[in-house]
Design a binder for this molecule. Structure first.
Ligand code: A3P
Length: 311
């Protein structure tokens, strides 16, 4: 662990306290939970998910940032914190709590009864989620969704480093082994199949309550992407204000600020903000792996999505 002296890792403390009670993906070389049939990050526990489904009181003005892991969630959280009155040094994770995480893991999540009391700022609140749309926890007709998709090859490589760096997962495999897990429809990975995740949200992309963005477009045109987010949630910002947010949320600027996840990563792990580029997967994986990934995209996705931007 890389925390300061005396730092108690809330995730490992949670895990040790929990033992092996959680339902896990069987015969998996990664320590992975299962809730309602979906493989989940192990600290996304059933009681929290059920509380979210049954007790969470949605309000008009709630927006969920939804992604498959490693697709630009944290930078999106860092952007929207400015829409709820936070400033550059405020913690992005708490400005849009990940309510699927057990509230017993503080610093990331909050109990649902506390979430229900979090006041809106100018009518807006934000939450983070990795859930699929068909049974999303915020099925309430009041919430909106910002969905961010990223090239699956880049997601795969970033995800590999992510899992290797968190001791909780207990994963000793190499990138080739991980690639096979990714290709196997994520049966043993947090939140399942990348294809299913992106494909299901893509079908919702034209709905009024969904803003579908690509991570690659956020890199190419951060100003345009942030403007779309602001307009979507009714944040009335001048061009100068948007420029300020672009600058504050660039990879280089975000790197200067501490991010909680690095405190609970292994000492030798890659930093949570690792490279922040497009194309890393293509450069890292073998030609054969890239071909197999592309063939699966063509078989799974139809039309526009099959060609963009992972072909
Ligand atoms: P890499 O591992 O490819 O570098 P998530 O927040 O969904 O877990 O996504 C993490 C990925 O987003 C990591 O990708 C990380 O470096 C990248 N990222 C984080 N902040 C970023 C920023 N400000 N700009 C671009 N990419 C960023």
């Amino acid at each position: 662990m890389s925390g300061p002296p005396g730092f108690v890792d809330p995730v490992m403390t949670w895990k040790n306290a929990h033992g092996t009670e959680i339902e896990r993906v069987p015969d998996n070389t990664i320590y992975m939970g299962v809730v309602q049939g979906l493989p989940v990050t192990p600290f996304c526990e059933k009681p929290q998910i059920e509380a979210l489904q049954k007790q969470f009181v949605a309000r008009q003005g709630d927006t969920w940032i939804v992604t498959y892991l490693k697709s630009g969630t944290t930078v999106t959280q860092d952007i929207v914190k400015f829409f709820v009155g936070k400033t550059v040094d405020d913690n992005p994770l708490m400005a849009s709590p990940w309510l699927e995480v057990s509230a017993r893991v503080p610093m990331i999540s909050v109990p649902i009864e506390i979430a229900n009391t979090i006041p809106a700022f100018e009518g807006r609140r934000f939450w983070k989620s990795h859930w699929l749309p068909r049974d999303h926890l915020a099925k309430n007709g009041k919430s909106k969704f910002i969905y961010v998709a990223r090239n699956g090859l880049d997601v795969c490589v970033s995800f590999f480093h992510h899992i290797k760096g968190f001791p909780m997962y207990e994963y000793n495999g190499d990138l080739n082994d991980f690639f096979e897990k990714f290709m196997d429809d994520g049966k043993s990975l947090d939140f399942g199949s990348w294809w299913q995740h992106v494909g299901e949200w893509w079908k919702r992309r034209k709905d009024d309550d969904v803003l579908f963005l690509f991570y690659e477009d956020m890199l190419d045109d951060p100003k345009g992407s942030i403007r779309k987010m602001a307009d979507f949630v009714g944040y009335d910002a001048s061009d100068a204000r948007i420029e300020d947010i672009v600058k504050a949320t660039s990879f280089a600027e975000m790197k200067k600020r501490p991010i909680f996840y690095d405190l609970i990563r292994s000492k030798d792990a890659t930093p949570f903000l690792r490279k922040g580029v497009a194309g890393d997967g293509q450069n890292t994986l073998s030609d054969d792996q890239v071909r197999r990934f592309e063939a699966k995209c063509r078989a799974y996705f139809v039309g526009e999505l099959a060609d963009y931007p992972w072909q």
